[in-house]
Unconditional design. Sequence first.
Length: 439
Amino acid sequence: AQAPDNLDAFWLPFTANKAFKARPRLLASASGMYYTDIEGRQILDACAGLWCVNAGHARPRIVEAIRQQVGTLDFAPNFAMASPLPFKLAERLAELAPVDLNHVFFTNSGSESVDSAMKIALAYHRVRGQGQRTRFIGREKAYHGVGFGGISVGGLPNNRKWFGPGLPGVDHLRHTLDLERNAFSKGLPVHGVEWAEELERLITLHDASTIAAVIIEPISGSAGVILPPQGYLQRIRQLCDKHGVLLIFDEVITGFGRVGKAFASQRFGVTPDLMTTAKGLTNGCVPMGAVLVSDGIFETFMQGPDNVIDLFHGYTYSGHPLACAAALATLDTYAEENLFEKAIELGDYWQAGLHSLKGLPHVVDVRNFGLIGAVEFAPRPDAHPGARGFEAFTRAFNEGQMLTRITGDVLALSPPLIVEKAHIDRIFNTLAEIIPKLD
Ligand code: PMP
């Protein structure tokens, strides 16, 4: 493979982050834990693509399932005629998910899952005669994709700033990062549950009867791996119940094993009313997302006076046969190789590696949970925010041949769950080498 000679003319930087306006390194192939670029260099994938290739790249079973499916039934409209695969997959997802979440709405991405979950929440209140419940509460720094709902409830101003005020009626809870920074946290922070009380203030500020739902990433990923203080999510759940507000967990990153269970809600023992997923659902091979919906919400729709089950919401590619085939093969792979358990088995080793970076110059915090890690750097006072993080990312890439993820001054790590101790050693040895050299 060769670089196309028109790259500069057609390359559209898809992020507003100036740091990324560099030309991308072009990839030729991927297998297992590695990418190979068009010059034949191998790159260790320390972030599972974009937190999605949880079973590692180009797994033969998944590849074969997609190949077979495209030659058998390539598309089904899912109205008068449907493929059986989405039904099969929905059943598998309901088995994996927390007990109450037994109904599935298929989408094509995390962003679509978030917008769909918000619409389902609005319709649920309306069918119950509480159509005035239209407000949402998100969190500062949260990332919920780039749909219009997602950028509104999301808490990253950069994602919103070019697009006007966003949806009306959205508030944001304070994030809890400041509680943890400098703590070199081990697992979940012990302090900070009281920060959940702010939810009560926001709910009552506008009158509880106007609030539709609270949306939260159990662990904020794109914001720089912010772990919930112990008891925080439980308290959020209690407050939602008290005020008749739905709780949406955005598990686009935390879903499918990265935290040691299928979903973070199971690891934290808190069940939301709706759960958004994508990424690891198909091991990143085919775009797909899913919203899991509780029995209570589903039954309300079935009994609703407005026949809202006829609400017009669905995508051409909802439950696409190729995506379903990929997802079913992916779930089989996770189960057969016990990949969700690996995040627990390797958790201590992973943590030890990450914590060996404490005390290096510029490092102000490290955070980990399951097979997620974050290294936070002190910002460079003389440079734009995120400059040091970006330098770390670039050095890891160029000097260590290793792909990581960068948000501001936080380097995030989320390797495929097939990672082995030797890869973990390489990840942290590389970082130990490059971090002292940062400006
Ligand atoms: N929610 C969360 C928590 C995410 O991390 C992401 C993507 N990183 C999204 C939603 C959006 O997913 P997608 O990019 O597939 O639209």
